[in-house]
Design a protein around this ligand. Structure first.
Ligand SMILES: [Fe+2]
Ligand SMILES: [Fe+2]
Length: 347
């Protein structure tokens, strides 16, 4: 007697964080193939990334929340295969694991068209194609030839996790399930806590400048291999004391810097005193103890003699943030994406 095959739908990714497009893709694929099981292959560390913004456990928690109300919640589970391995895992390894665990199954592998167009570059892509039926969700900007897979009908955004992380700097959580957004804010993931604290504590114009500085800083840090966390934190906090009264800025500065230096700057360049005050406030109110971050904030306005790469980055991003419309800002932004050093020498 022939044993009926179990249909399994697999969807892999970093889910950093899980967002509404992920869930829509899954819903559409489930409607199409009506699987008996849906397995989420949550990556420990994506082969395409150095690190994730949230830990495996945090991403798993967010995924569980996002999946809870889905139509297929009762047949869906998040695999802990990569969590147990605790190392970079390739898709073919996960598929092989599933084939061993469910020998009598038909596996459908859901992927975005951005991944599908580069599938031939993946490790053991032939094995993946032979072992699974591919289902492709078309993402804007990545419209492939419609062959070699099943294609979903809807059009999806290009990379919503990146877009979400950038929007979070502006306290925009609209791409997420409300309970996922709530958890992210509660745990301060994706810099949501700092960004929202800035929004609450400064004028709208200043906050837009701060968020735009952080956005440029995040993008440049990513493209130059600079510590993204330090880059974004220093950018979000760099003007945190700028709207305080001058006297308050001076008194704050004196908490962290020598009196002679504070007096000298407040006499010679009073507008620049906010750089010391912001560093002091970043430490006292926001608990930032990292010396590199504090130093970058402390000299972001007038620059320092021997700045670190982080210091140069913040200086550039403050000058050339996306809210600055002047031509020289655009020019510096352009140069900065090819070289931080070259952009810095423009000053
Ligand atoms: Fe500033
Ligand atoms: Fe600024």
């Amino acid at each position: 007697m022939a044993i009926e095959k179990t249909t399994i739908l697999v969807f892999g990714g970093s889910f950093d964080p899980p967002h509404s497009a992920h869930i829509s893709m899954l819903e559409e694929a489930v409607t199409l193939i009506k699987p008996e099981r849906v397995i989420i292959a949550l990556t420990w560390l994506s082969p395409f990334k150095k690190e994730h913004f949230a830990s495996f456990s945090q991403r798993r928690e967010l995924l569980s929340i996002a999946l809870k109300k889905c139509s297929f919640a009762d047949i869906c589970y998040i695999s802990d295969f990569e969590f147990k391995r605790r190392k970079k895992t390739y898709t073919w390894q996960f598929i092989k694991h599933l084939k061993n665990k469910y020998p009598n199954s038909e596996i459908f592998f859901l992927m975005g068209s951005d991944s599908f167009v580069s599938l031939d570059k993946w490790r053991k892509s032939e094995y993946i194609k032979k072992s699974c039926k591919l289902i492709v969700a078309i993402r804007k900007g990545f419209v492939p030839k419609k062959s070699g897979a099943l294609f979903l009908n809807k059009m999806y955004p290009p990379d919503s996790s990146t877009e979400f992380r950038e929007r979070a700097l502006f306290c925009d959580f609209s791409l997420l399930h409300s309970k996922v957004a709530k958890k992210i804010k509660k745990h301060g993931l994706y810099f949501a806590d700092l960004a929202c604290a800035m929004k609450e504590n400064m004028s709208e114009k200043r906050f837009l400048h701060v968020a735009n500085t952080a956005l440029l800083s995040m993008r440049l840090a990513k493209s130059h291999g600079i510590d993204i966390k330090k880059a974004v934190i220093s950018a979000l906090l760099h003007d945190c004391a700028k709207e305080l009264p001058f006297k308050k800025q001076v008194s704050l500065s004196l908490k962290l810097f020598p009196e002679s230096l504070v007096r000298k700057i407040s006499d010679m360049a009073p507008l620049a005193i906010h750089q010391f005050a912001s560093a002091a406030l970043a430490r006292r109110k926001f608990g930032i103890c990292d010396k590199q971050i504090l130093k970058a904030i402390a000299w972001h306005s007038i620059g320092e003699k021997n700045p670190s790469k982080l210091g140069k980055l913040l200086f550039i991003c403050d000058f050339a943030s996306y809210d600055r419309r002047h031509e020289s800002a655009k020019k510096v932004r352009e140069i900065a994406f090819s070289s931080i050093e070259k952009a810095y020498t423009k000053f």
